[in-house]
Write a protein that binds this ligand. Structure first.
Ligand code: NAD
Ligand code: TYD
Length: 352
């Protein structure tokens, strides 16, 4: 079936994998990538598909209601997959307000635009909100997050995402807007901005720079390969029930320090360095303020109801990830130096 889908944040890490999947897998869908291109947005991520006839990029800020309304009026989307966000916890500690604008005001602007353009005709329409497991707060050594776990966000980032989830549910309840939400655990894989733990550590190990480990490295995260997340989004987009929430997880918990040991081992092999070389770079630094101890997801609802499971073991995913960063040196260099911003200028200035 022909559909027009606006994917927000499509130039970011997870968004670019979702855009690629939908553009390639559904030639009958028109995919509109709506992105502001903040520091985290990089159109180089989509070089392989950006000439396809069912793909279009639109530069816009979701905080700008007027601009968003115009775009919705122009494209009359059948669906929205909303990924655009400020996504880094450390940045939310140094500049919380930016997170309120993008994650909360930006989300309500998109909800308003969808409501306006769809009116009461919401058959076959969908507002898919992509969220995080961090809204559930922090676990102790035991237990898992379920879809029914009470929200208890602890960082400005997770509080802003929790707020956006509540607004999405409120628009479903109050205005019958057809929505679905997924809450996913930590992603890793190609194209992740090197401010997050895994790509930051890969880049530092490559350059023989210290690997900063917050506190004692005891915090636990559940890691999912980004392509598996994109596949879960595809599944939920097509088969998920309106008004429902689905947890997405990798069933793959690692203490940060153990994960870094594993990464060091893989990197030493790939770089033909003596085993132990990378480990010597591990440096314990001051802990993050309010650092959540542990996240762990129960994704059995998604498995039982929609048949989704992660396809990759972490041991495979981490090798694929390291290979990607080592083979895409230019991407990494451009991101670190800021040169990636020129890609937009070259591709899109004076084009319209
Ligand atoms: P990212 O930071 O890599 O990308 C965010 C994208 O949103 C960028 O392309 C950026 O330019 C765009 N954006 C930011 N502000 C915008 C604005 N005001 N208007 C339009 N576009 C804007 O993020 P990511 O890691 O790919 O995360 C994508 C989504 O998935 C987020 O909603 C995040 O909360 C959620 N999520 C992320 C993870 C993870 O591990 N990274 C896990 C679960 C859920
Ligand atoms: P991060 O990738 O920022 O994701 P999140 O905070 O959303 O889980 O961090 C993953 C874990 O790694 C988290 O416990 C914080 C820790 N961490 C470090 O120890 N050092 C670092 O340099 C970074 C960026 C994160």
């Amino acid at each position: 079936m022909n559909k027009t889908i606006i994917i927000t944040g499509g130039a970011g890490f997870i968004g670019s994998h979702v855009v690629r999947l939908f553009v390639n897998k559904y030639p009958d869908y028109n995919i509109i990538n709506l992105d502001k291109l903040t520091y985290a947005g990089n159109l180089e991520n989509l070089k392989d598909i950006d000439k396809k006839s069912n793909y279009e990029f639109v530069k816009a800020d979701i905080v700008d209601q007027i601009a968003i309304n115009k775009i919705f009026e122009k494209y009359k989307p059948d669906a929205v997959i909303h990924l655009a966000a400020e996504s880094h916890v450390d940045r939310s500690i140094s500049n919380p307000t930016e997170f309120i604008f993008t994650n909360i005001v930006g989300t309500i602007n998109l909800l308003n635009a969808a409501r306006t353009v769809w009116g009461s005709d919401t058959i076959n329409k969908l507002f898919y909100h992509v969220s995080t497991d961090e809204v559930y707060g922090s676990l102790g050594k035991e237990g898992l997050f379920y879809e029914t776990t009470a929200y208890d966000p602890k960082s400005p980032y997770s509080a802003s995402k929790a707020s956006s989830d509540h607004l999405v549910r409120a628009y479903n309840h109050t205005f019958n807007l057809p929505v679905v939400i997924s809450n996913c655990s930590n992603n890793y894989g190609p194209n992740q901005f090197p401010e997050k733990l895994i790509p930051l550590a890969i880049n530092n190990i490559k350059n023989m720079k210290p690997i900063p480990i917050y506190g004692k490295g005891e915090n636990v995260r559940d890691w999912l390969y980004v392509v598996d997340h994109a596949n879960a989004i595809d599944k939920i987009f097509h088969d998920g029930k309106i008004g429902e929430t689905y947890n997405i997880g990798g069933n793959n918990e690692w203490q940060n320090i153990d994960l870094i040991h594993k990464l060091c081992e893989v990197m030493d092999k790939k770089l033909n360095r003596k085993q132990g070389t990378s480990e010597s770079l591990i440096t314990f630094v001051k802990d993050r303020a309010g650092h959540d101890l542990r996240y762990a997801i129960d994704s059995s609802k998604l498995k039982n109801e929609l048949g989704w499971e992660p396809s990759l073991q972490f041991e495979q995913g981490i090798v694929l990830t390291v290979d990607w960063y080592l083979n895409n040196n230019k991407w990494l260099e451009n991101v670190v130096s800021g040169d990636y911003k020129m890609y937009y200028e070259q591709m899109y200035t004076n084009r319209n």
